[in-house]
Design a protein around this ligand. Structure first.
Ligand code: ADP
Ligand code: ZN
Length: 220
């Protein structure tokens, strides 16, 4: 039996953090289109150049590109289950994902919607930085490193901020989310696959709510 879940929510909702826990505790494989696109932009190809420009403005990359990236992973990665993080982000992407999974005899088992207030998102994202080595996520105010400039977990000094974590592109990212991604909430609700969790709670509590959903669908 395989488990496939989608993490849905606005930028800064904590999808990546929850995905990391599910990878560690349940052996699922995280498929983050954001991470794939950030990798593609360093490739030096024409596609990478276009992607970089679109991402830095906070707009969505075309459905064609992200669906192609996901298809490639699904065809090549063998896993007991996938966590889709940041995908699908549009209705055509959701349809494409259904078709891809159906072709593999798989399906979406749950869509976990992380609900967060708008005002909190701006604060969360504007202080965010991550470790380039291990991927741990920090925040200037709420979760600084113990020693300035050094990752608590792995000791790396390669701490970085994303080019699109600034006020201008964040505004666009939120608009894109409400215009193009939030309709997916109604779509999955109608399919009885939607499981909201309280993304304003403490991180551990959000983790417990996500775990409860996973246990409910047999995701052990
Ligand atoms: P966040 O959820 O914080 O916005 P992501 O890392 O998921 O961060 O995405 C960063 C950017 O990558 C998005 O603003 C968008 O430009 C692009 N992107 C990621 N996933 C998709 C997708 N499924 N469809 C279109 N564009 C995407
Ligand atoms: Zn680290």
């Amino acid at each position: 039996m395989t488990i496939n879940i989608i993490l849905l929510g606005p930028p800064g909702a904590g999808k990546g953090t929850q995905a990391r826990t599910l990878v560690e505790e349940r052996g699922l494989v995280q498929l983050s289109t954001g991470d794939m696109l950030r990798e593609a932009r360093t490739s030096g190809t024409e596609m990478g150049r276009v992607v970089a420009e679109v991402m830095d403005k906070g707009q969505l990359v075309t459905d064609e590109i992200v669906i192609g990236l996901i298809r490639e992973k699904l065809e090549t990665v063998d896993a007991p289950g996938f966590i889709f993080d940041g995908f699908p982000r549009t209705l055509p992407q959701a349809d494409a994902l259904n078709d891809l999974l159906a072709g593999m005899g798989r399906q979406i088992d749950a869509v976990i919607e992380i609900q967060v207030d708008d005002t909190a998102l701006v604060d969360r994202i504007s202080g965010r930085f991550t470790c380039g080595n291990c991927g741990e996520v920090y925040h200037d105010q709420t979760k600084p490193t113990a020693k300035p400039g050094v990752c608590d977990l792995c000791g790396s000094t390669d701490l970085k901020r994303r080019a699109d974590d600034n006020a201008d592109s964040l505004k666009t990212r939120l608009l894109e989310y409400y215009k193009k991604t939030s309709p997916l909430i109604g779509y999955y609700y109608a399919k009885k696959q939607l499981h909201p969790v309280d993304g304003m709670a403490e991180m551990d509590e959000v983790g417990r709510q996500v775990a409860a959903v996973m246990d409910g669908i047999g995701g052990r």
